[in-house]
Design a protein around this ligand. Structure first.
Ligand code: KG4
Ligand code: ZN
Length: 338
């Protein structure tokens, strides 16, 4: 059989990433983060696209070198078309188009949100692939969705956030507490050392399978303002308990919606993806769901949770097998839907 080499490029937000895949297996997965945004407490789009321009050539070179693959061996170039920040997407899109044109090989456009889900189909020892249909919950700094996945490219979004993404709930809560950006990983770390029931935050009331996180952020802000007025050292004295309580509330919101989605669809196979699926509390809650609710859960390898190009490569590979290529006239699309 033919060997299919895919070079994939991801540049939708603040990570410049490239990956080389051979027949569904990852040969290299390179990510260059952008620490410049830490000083601003969030991603600054203009700085992100400039950093992508600086990083993209070295990142692609490194991915090819690590994979020990020459660009002349490549079968196709896959790239993230959207959704994401327009300036960031344009860098990856233009680069991929030029490279595919120069090498005279197919170009494959990839939807970033589909990629977070299809990351589960990367060939990886010890990781099982979910059977169709399954439910996917994509939780990141930009998105919060529950998707019914009927097949590789037939997906229905059955629930999503009406305001902030779950990653923003972590990051904005962290900002209130004076933690660095992004705060998700630190809240996770501190939550392990705290009491999740120390403080109670009410869960939002949102119909059906949709989510809302902006009210929680406001509730946390008022709570902290009130407590620090009475005791200026409140945050310092209770930081681990506060983090544990915030994380406990967020996990409760996610698990409640998953339970409802299972009830409505009758599907008990659940996969998670996106940066927030790195959270140890969420991983544990899902595992508990196996015994408690009869779920079968799928958690991706850590390096495929936050933004990466390996997930773009697997979509590129699946589309290559179907002969689903993009024209040279393809353009980036910041609001691309699943
Ligand atoms: O998927 P991702 O890398 O980028 C987006 O597409 O947004 O997700 C980044 C988000 C950030 O909000 C970050 O705080 C969150 O994922 N995150 C976490 C953890 N690791 C990353 N949130 C909670 N716990 C973690 N361990
Ligand atoms: Zn993402």
């Amino acid at each position: 059989t033919q060997n299919i080499y895919i070079l994939a490029i991801e540049s939708s937000c603040d990570d410049t990433a490239a990956s080389v895949m051979l027949n569904g297996k990852i040969l290299s997965n390179v990510v260059a983060g952008q620490s410049i945004h830490e000083a601003y407490g969030g991603v600054v789009p203009e700085l992100a696209s400039r950093a992508h321009q600086q990083n993209i050539v070295p990142v692609v070179h490194q991915a090819l070198k690590k994979a020990n693959v020459d660009k002349k061996q490549l079968s196709a170039i896959a790239f993230t078309r959207g959704p994401g920040l327009m300036g960031s997407l344009l860098v990856g899109t233009s680069f991929a188009k030029s490279l595919a044109f120069g090498l005279d090989i197919p170009l494959i456009d990839v939807n970033h949100m589909q990629a977070h889900i299809l990351a589960h189909f990367i060939d990886e020892d010890g990781f099982e692939k979910p059977p169709f249909p399954f439910l996917a919950m994509t939780i990141s700094g930009g998105h919060t969705q529950i998707v019914k996945v009927n097949s590789y490219f037939d997906m229905d979004v059955i629930g999503e956030t009406i305001d902030d993404a779950v990653g923003e709930a972590f990051d904005k809560s962290g900002k209130i507490l004076g933690l660095g950006y992004p705060a998700g990983p630190e809240i996770d770390k501190r939550a392990k050392l705290g009491n999740p029931k120390a403080f109670k935050f009410t869960k939002p009331k949102v119909e059906g399978l949709n989510f809302s996180f902006s009210g929680l952020k406001t509730a946390i802000l008022y709570f902290i303002q009130k407590e620090t007025k009475a005791n200026p050292d409140f945050i310092e004295q209770h930081l681990n308990d506060i983090c544990a309580s915030i994380q406990y509330t967020i996990i409760g919101i996610l698990i409640d919606k998953l339970k409802l989605a299972v009830k409505e669809t009758g599907i008990t196979h659940i996969a998670i993806g996106g940066g927030v699926s790195a959270n140890t509390g969420i991983r544990q809650a899902l595992k508990n769901g196996e015994a408690k609710f009869g779920w079968t859960t799928y958690v991706p390898k850590f390096e495929f949770t936050t933004d990466n190009a390996a997930m773009i490569a697997i979509v590129g590979y699946l589309k290559y097998l179907e002969g689903d290529f993009a024209a040279q006239s393809v353009t980036a699309s910041s609001r691309l839907k699943i």
